[in-house]
Design a protein around this ligand. Structure first.
Ligand SMILES: C[C@](O)(CO)[C@H](O)COP(=O)(O)OP(=O)(O)OC[C@H]1O[C@@H](n2ccc(N)nc2=O)[C@H](O)[C@@H]1O
Ligand SMILES: Nc1ncnc2c1ncn2[C@@H]1O[C@H](COP(=O)(O)OP(=O)(O)OP(=O)(O)O)[C@@H](O)[C@H]1O
Length: 275
């Protein structure tokens, strides 16, 4: 079975408290972004062990620590009779970018394994497994616009009709930002605006109301993030922001069929498309 794990964008991100377990409570909206990896899940040949092969962008870590393999091992712990599988991941989405690429691989692996191994798990059950692999993972099970609370895994559907068909540009400035380090740099605070209310208003109002709390804390160390945002606004974006804990920055042009071309450094990666 071949699946295409897609990235996500965060629209606003409020970090409201630090929890005793070291995680943070947050309020964010997440939307699927059609920038994808490719993941193949096949039954392994007889007597072969479970394996993962990789192509495309290098993924740090041993194959055994890859989230696709961890997804398989998590299911096998509860269903010891399942056969071995052969996994192949072609990695495209930048890592350490705030685009949730690793989390998507984990969730899509769970979904594909559920089918290939005929486990008949419900979406709720798959979300529960996904939560154990990472805070962002549960979102990718249903993979639809959602308001995320708690650790980022308490999800409720958040229809955003004004976003459908908007042109979008995502810029990855070739900068790996560790999620844990980004959280460590933020001082939690109550949100200035209720996110759900702010996002219900037209997109061109979001600039004044929809805030990603990581931006202020990352700004001194990574001035390029604010510069890219300015460049997107100068090119007419109705809204521009950092996604998640960065380093990807995106702009939105509702009502346009494609985003404008921008002059950017040659080693930056760009995704242009429509949401
Ligand atoms: C920044 C976001 O992408 C926004 O959607 C997510 O909150 C990150 O989610 P994720 O990559 O799935 O994160 P996890 O793999 O669960 O955790 C990585 C590290 O980020 C920090 N972390 C993550 C989520 C959270 N709610 N609070 C945290 O403090 C913790 O230090 C944790 O050790
Ligand atoms: N399939 C995978 N794809 C990407 N990273 C993976 C994968 N499996 C394990 N990892 C590990 O997860 C880390 C990436 O996590 P990180 O959270 O920084 O990035 P991300 O996937 O871009 O998403 P986000 O920053 O939005 O959470 C990598 O450094 C890598 O060690």
């Amino acid at each position: 079975m071949l699946v295409f794990p897609n990235a996500k964008l965060n629209l606003g991100l409020h970090i409201t408290a630090r929890r005793p377990d070291g995680f943070h409570t947050l309020e964010t909206a997440m939307v699927p972004l059609p920038w994808t990896d490719a993941l193949e899940v096949l039954p392994a040949p007889e007597a072969a062990e479970t394996s993962l092969t990789l192509t495309g962008r290098p993924v740090p870590g041993e194959p055994a620590t890859n989230l696709c393999v961890r997804a398989y091992e998590l299911l096998r712990a509860d269903f010891p009779q399942v056969p071995a599988v052969r996994l192949h991941l072609h990695k495209v989405v930048p890592i350490g970018a705030g685009l949730g690429g690793g989390s998507a691989d984990a969730a899509f692996a769970l979904r594909a394994l559920n089918t290939v191994l005929a486990l008949n798990l419900s979406d709720d059950a798959l979300e529960a497994y996904a939560r154990r692999l990472g805070s962002d993972c549960a979102f990718f099970i249903r993979n639809q616009p959602a308001l995320a609370l708690g650790r980022g895994d308490e999800l409720s559907a958040l229809p955003l009709p004004q976003l459908a068909g908007a042109a979008c540009k995502v810029i990855y400035p070739n900068l790996h930002i560790s999620t844990a380090e980004a959280y460590a740099g933020v001082t939690p605070r109550p949100p200035q605006h209720a996110l759900g209310t702010a996002l219900a208003a037209p997109i061109n109002t979001w600039r004044d109301t929809v805030v990603n709390d990581f931006e202020a804390s990352l700004a001194p160390k990574f001035p390029v993030l604010a510069q890219l945002k300015e460049q997107l606004y100068a090119a007419g974006a109705a809204y521009a922001s950092l996604s998640g804990s960065g380093s990807a920055v995106f702009g939105l042009w509702p009502g346009q069929s494609a985003p404008p071309k921008l002059a950017l450094k040659a080693d930056y990666e760009v995704w242009d498309g429509v949401l």
